[in-house]
Design a protein around this ligand. Structure first.
Ligand SMILES: [Zn+2]
Length: 71
């Protein structure tokens, strides 16, 4: 294995195909993990999705409270 890092290494610089650039990558158990900018993007997407879903749910609950007999 030409690529290996100690367990103490948490981040390495490697080429990311998605970013098409050298980026910081997380190291999982001495192996190259996901690229940090990609994780950040993914987390941002998940956060936005959760906020949207949360808002929808809140709006529905609010509507139910206002018109409980409609349901
Ligand atoms: Zn990336």
């Amino acid at each position: 294995m030409p690529e290996h890092w100690t367990r103490n290494t948490l981040e390495i610089t490697a080429y990311c195909k998605k970013c098409e650039a050298m980026t910081q990558h997380r190291v999982d158990d001495g192996r190259r993990g996901p690229c940090l900018p990609c994780i950040a993007k993914l987390e941002e997407k998940i956060k936005v999705k959760r906020i949207r879903e949360g808002l929808k749910k809140e709006q529905c609950e609010e509507r139910e409270k206002q018109n409980p007999k409609l349901f």
